[in-house]
Design a protein around this ligand. Sequence first.
Ligand SMILES: O=C(O)C1=C[C@@H](OP(=O)(O)O)[C@@H](O)[C@H](O)C1
Ligand SMILES: C=C(OP(=O)(O)O)C(=O)O
Length: 409
Amino acid sequence: MRLQLSSPDNRKIQKSIAITGSKSETNRSLLLQALFPNLKIENLSNSDDGEVMQKGLVKSKGEVDIHHAGTAMRFLTGYFATQEGKQVVLTGSQRMQERPIKVLVDALRSLGADIEYVKEEGYPPLKITGKKLEKSSVSLPANISSQYISSLLLVAPSLQNGIELELVGKITSVPYIKMTLALLEQIGVEISFEGNSIKVSPKTNVEDTTLVVESDWSSASYFYSIAAMSEIGTELQLSSYKESSLQGDSVLANIYKDFGVQTEFSNNTILLKKTSEVKSAHLEYDLSNAPDIAQTISVTCLGLGIGCRLTGLHTLPIKETDRLAALQTELGKFGATVAIDSESLTLTAQSQLNNGVEVDTYNDHRMAMAFGPLALKADFVVNDAEVVSKSYPDFWNDLVTLGFGVKEM
Ligand SMILES: O=C(O)C1=C[C@@H](OP(=O)(O)O)[C@@H](O)[C@H](O)C1
Ligand SMILES: C=C(OP(=O)(O)O)C(=O)O
């Protein structure tokens, strides 16, 4: 699907949007519910990633295809490895077969798991034969993806002796590890996280608990970007969010103050208010704790004609696409000068945007969604726009609600 995007006629936008639950919290909660069926979940994500996780969890043999979903791939690896009597081949899209999983497989094998590589060593697909794991101590690199760590932590309460992890190297995407631990605590599991050591105690059953998933902050980022590029007086209300979030991307509320966007929390909603123009011609952020908002922020800067330097982006090359390379190419189409290295992106300020651009999306929902708000500043086409369904199937409809022109070509 190719979409022609154009700006709302009225750039002082005042609308309400309901975004569904965080895909990260959803996929953790679903796994915990599979281990403890008396748990209930509210405000589930309606994303493709949530759907493949739900479908995967009910399988006990044959092929389980999780498409592009990194969390489902990593969390289900831990799950099936610890499920006695189940044997599956866990696979995904072509890109998923290029996203590394060796750190997790090595850790699970050292706990006693039976996992074989079906094609290339270190990458999905995996043939997993579930076993009762008796060992509990393992050390693993923590600087590649936090999802490996969350995968081990999520199954830990179901292991006979729980788990003791020693994290080696600089820990990346830390808020996602803390989210996992917070959810375990919510269901009464004992945990500790001190320095580079994490412990989770075993638990045979949990009390009836409802896990209420907060709406997705990564999805909210696109509305922060819209607010930043709109006229002063813009007010966007998003439900259901809270001030004390488990999601690291809630740092948006602080970051976007620099772009003149204030956040008010009340009654389970956030109100994004554009109150002033951007305050600086160059901004710098370390996003090692919030890698998923790098694309959003760089496009906001492009739209506002300011420069930025984003660091802590070492995980971007192994996500849905190599996001550093993709950003350099697509920002460049609008005339931007972008320098990248293995962990950072520098965008040079520029005032004019090229017209007639076609944005390619590389099977990456966030490439499509990050560029969407830029329609406030230029008309352009988004290719393969349906990719948004990985995390936010209603995205284009919600832009229409805000008054954007979104026409299929
Ligand atoms: O645990 C999670 O839910 C996630 C962790 C992050 O991945 P990395 O830890 O690989 O950076 C993030 O980018 C991803 O979208 C979701
Ligand atoms: C990186 C992402 O997802 P995953 O790793 O779960 O595929 C994302 O949603 O930006």
